[in-house]
Write a protein that binds this ligand. Sequence first.
Ligand SMILES: Nc1ncnc2c1ncn2[C@@H]1O[C@H](COP(=O)(O)OP(=O)(O)OP(=O)(O)O)[C@@H](O)[C@H]1O
Ligand SMILES: [Mg+2]
Length: 150
Amino acid sequence: MKLILNNLKDTKKFGKKLAQISKPDDIFCLKGNLGSGKTTIARAFINHFTKNDNIISPTFPMLITYEYKNNIIWHYDMYRLNNPSDVWNLSLEEALNNGIILIEWPEIIEHLLPNKKIDIIIKDIKEDKRSVEIKGRIELLKEFEGFNTA
Ligand SMILES: Nc1ncnc2c1ncn2[C@@H]1O[C@H](COP(=O)(O)OP(=O)(O)OP(=O)(O)O)[C@@H](O)[C@H]1O
Ligand SMILES: [Mg+2]
């Protein structure tokens, strides 16, 4: 099932909602073309926990961490990663053991991630409109009442 995000506001709302229903050790793979809204979702997600208005895209560096309460969010962007094994130099092992992981452009390291990972797939980009699909933990979809479905 796909949800429809009609504008930037919807996408931010989606990111916040995802944060609200996330578990402290979830792994979210944010997939979609350049400019589809991966960082926008990550930003809204992180903002929910940290109230941090200065969340930048981690393209350089490829990892930014955010600590809050007793947990940590690991925000990765693998767009510029050339060799999957380089991700171990970016604390992936530690990240897998502790905290929430958000990964933009996860494809290159997907085989290194456990099965519990949840895919967030952004598509059908038309001006300000996008669709988003959640794959992995199907019951999460029930939580998105109020969003339009395709
Ligand atoms: N419904 C929408 N959801 C998300 N972004 C939108 C939407 N409508 C328009 N935009 C615009 O699209 C852009 C999305 O940028 P964002 O950095 O989130 O994309 P990204 O997927 O992280 O790209 P990249 O692959 O370069 O990391 C922003 O400029 C934003 O204003
Ligand atoms: Mg981005």
